[in-house]
Design a protein around this ligand. Structure first.
Ligand SMILES: Cc1cc2nc3c(=O)[nH]c(=O)nc-3n(C[C@H](O)[C@H](O)[C@H](O)COP(=O)(O)O)c2cc1C
Length: 429
């Protein structure tokens, strides 16, 4: 057919038909940032900000992402990359990939099925899923849906009976690692939540009401039974919903007198690995080790606790140098790409924990959204490894990255700690 507008249109139609139609918004979301934008569209601002927001001016949350961009790769071409192996072994656990899904509580507040779909997505991908103490489903309910490894994250409340009960139940559901979060003796102040009226009790603002009406899917989901609450604690605390539960936890369960001695007690109750989540200095890393922990999470809670804490990637080199030989070091906070995973491992982490990344997927499309996020991370990690000439996780070492020397503590003014604080540092028992 001679060139004509009709032949052009036919050719275009043929091309479209060959490629197939793209109706699924996830197909047009090649990055975690795209998934985040989908989540932003699907949720009212007050709900999106619960997951996206951080404390105060969000300096630390921003720094987590910005500093990961400061790590640059040193590619190594012309190596045989026909087979790339992302598997790794951590504390005797064989993992297909060098990352896990970290604990995110309050997942029903973002709509859908909350943690339920996420735990199924983790199982299908055979990625460890960390159940949070603050999850909106009880650990037994989530474990029933799990087909992959389960880890359990513990908040150490004031009541030793409650803590002992949580630990015993975590053992009963077969959790492989006990992750003890130590950076929440006090809740960070999250400006976005305050502005949105997401305080306890929540305030009904005209904006929230309008948004709830404009996001009916979300509104229906959060009203579905059972009432949203801390179901891990439902038999021990008063009230039957998130507001009464949070009030109860803040008033009666928050423990302001915790010390490293309490970790020793937890250690006695748990046979498997104990990892301490929230470490930002070599000093605390050594204390965790002296208290008997096998691992630490270098984490600032995604910038949701003490604002102006260092970014985790800038804190990582010094901590790895201090305890990396004897402890498992998990990197947490700021991971948004598979490249970020490669960077954290190259700087010295043994494993990476993802937080908001899977939360955005869950907020956007529940289980399917989480699966999409895991696929993105897997694809990007393998692509980065291939381009770095690193065919195994072991090959991701400091020779494939460069980053500021100051992250080793050089050129930073810092007074040593007073002697009385150092007394807990010692050797692991
Ligand atoms: C919505 C939300 C809920 C969270 N809930 C918990 C929790 O219950 N326990 C915990 O140890 N950390 C919790 N975290 C912190 C994450 O485990 C993780 O440290 C943080 O999200 C890492 O930063 P990133 O999101 O930038 O990767 C939560 C984070 C978010 C965003």
């Amino acid at each position: 057919m001679p060139d004509s507008p009709l032949s052009g249109a036919l050719e275009f139609a043929r091309m479209l038909a060959a490629g197939g139609f793209r109706l699924d918004p996830l197909d047009a979301a090649p990055s975690i940032e795209d998934v985040r934008q989908l989540a932003r569209k699907r949720l009212p601002t007050m709900a999106f900000d619960i997951i996206d927001g951080a404390s105060n001016h969000e300096l630390t949350a921003d720094a987590n992402v910005r500093d990961l961009a400061e790590v640059t790769f040193r590619p190594r071409w012309m190596t045989d990359i026909s087979r790339i192996d992302t598997s790794t072994t951590v504390d005797g656990m064989e993992l297909e990939r060098p990352y896990i899904m970290g604990p995110l509580g309050l997942q029903r507040m973002i709509g859908g099925e909350g943690e339920m779909g996420a735990v199924r997505a983790a199982g299908r991908a055979n990625i460890p899923f960390t159940i949070s103490t603050a999850s909106n489903w009880a650990m037994e309910e989530l474990a029933e849906q799990a087909t992959g490894p389960i880890w359990y994250q513990l908040y150490m409340y004031k009541s030793q009976t409650i803590v002992a009960d949580l630990i015993a139940r975590a053992r009963a559901i077969g959790a492989e690692v006990l992750v003890v979060t130590v950076d929440v003796p006090l809740n960070g102040k999250r400006y976005r939540d305050h502005r949105n009226g997401m305080s306890i009790p929540p305030k009904i603002t005209p904006r929230n009401a309008v948004q709830a009406i404009r996001h009916l899917d979300w509104t229906r989901a959060i009203m579905r039974p059972p009432a949203i609450g801390f179901r891990n604690l439902k038999d021990q605390i008063q009230g039957d919903n998130a507001v009464s539960h949070q009030e109860f936890v803040a008033k009666y369960l928050a423990n302001l007198s915790l010390t490293w001695e309490d970790i020793r007690e937890v250690r006695r109750q748990w046979d498997g690995p104990v990892y301490i989540k929230g470490i930002l200095t070599p000093e605390d890393a050594r204390r965790a080790r002296a208290a008997g922990a096998q691992g630490i999470y270098v984490s600032n809670h995604g910038g949701r606790q003490l604002d102006s804490s260092p970014s985790t990637i800038s804190a990582l080199p010094e901590i790895v140098d201090a305890v990396g030989e004897e402890m498992t070091v998990v990197f947490d906070s700021g991971i948004r790409t598979g490249d970020d995973i490669a960077k954290a491992l190259a700087v010295g982490a043994d494993l990476v924990s993802i937080g908001r990344a899977w939360g955005y997927g869950n907020a956007a499309y529940g289980e399917r959204g989480v699966t999409h996020v895991l696929d993105i991370l897997d694809g990007e990690l393998e692509l980065a490894m291939g381009q770095l000439g690193a065919t195994s996780i072991d090959a991701l070492d400091r020779s494939v990255v460069q980053y500021p020397e100051a992250w080793h503590g050089a050129g930073m003014h810092r007074e040593p700690e007073p002697a009385h604080l150092s007394m807990h540092e010692g050797t692991a028992r």
